[in-house]
Ligand binder design. Structure first.
Ligand code: NI
Ligand code: MN
Length: 228
């Protein structure tokens, strides 16, 4: 086992790499998909893809309660620092940085990023993590399909996490096209079935992806963990 992924529903994920616990887009309190409370978690790092409320979520509470360091784009990182204090690592699109848990690069995402109080949240991002073992995990964040996904795929992706919910992000058809551009070994669908507006059938999507590509689809129930 090289890393562990925990899904909390919607776009919220935990990643355990070595001794480090990462928490991505910590949306718990208003998230109907999860039974987990943010108080249950004590992450070392908080990674935020963009400023929308369903991604910033409980970040301020977690920053105040724990020693979690925040990694996000410059605008979101500074907004969270002003609200919650703590140590922040501002990055921006295309830039990577070496952390104790691996090398993290922010990637393009085609979406918005306004913060809950209306502040400017900069550009939305995806996350491309290279673990110390050399495996690459791509969290697309909230995004539409874009041609540059093929450039991300050129890096050799072990696991991609892609939205399939439609309306706010890619739907199943474009997410299938995204898999063809990225060609990951594994894909986890996300950002669906949180509300009726983004209801999707992940099993039907899995069957299409596995019929048309070599990628294996891992459907995760909320509050479960997989070893990779
Ligand atoms: Ni969003
Ligand atoms: Mn979202």
């Amino acid at each position: 086992m090289s890393y562990q992924i925990t899904f909390y529903g919607h776009g919220t994920f935990g990643v355990k790499v070595g001794e480090y616990q990462l928490l991505i887009d910590p949306y718990f309190t208003d998230n109907p998909s999860t039974e987990t409370s943010p108080e249950d978690l004590n992450p070392d790092y908080l990674l935020i893809t963009h400023g929308h409320g369903d991604h910033v979520g409980d970040a301020v509470e977690i920053i105040k309660r724990t020693s979690a360091r925040v990694i996000a784009n410059f605008e979101v990182a500074n907004w969270l620092s002003a609200k919650g204090g703590g140590e922040v690592f501002p990055q921006h699109i295309g830039g990577g940085h070496d952390y104790p848990f691996g090398y993290l690069k922010l990637t393009q995402a085609v979406h918005g990023s306004s913060l809950p109080d209306g502040s400017y949240g900069g550009m939305p991002a995806g996350l491309l993590l290279t673990t110390p073992a050399g495996e690459k995990i791509y969290f697309a964040g909230d995004t539409g399909l874009f041609a540059g996904m093929s450039l991300i795929g050129e890096e050799g992706i072990h696991l991609a996490v892609l939205p399939i919910g439609d309306n706010f992000t890619m739907g199943p058809d474009d997410a299938l096209r995204a898999v063809k551009l990225i060609q990951p070994q594994y894909v986890i669908p996300a950002h669906y079935n949180t509300w009726p507006l983004i209801a999707q059938d992940p099993q039907a999507w899995k069957e299409r992806v596995e019929a048309e590509t070599d990628t294996q689809v891992m459907i995760m129930e909320p509050d479960t963990t997989l070893d990779f």
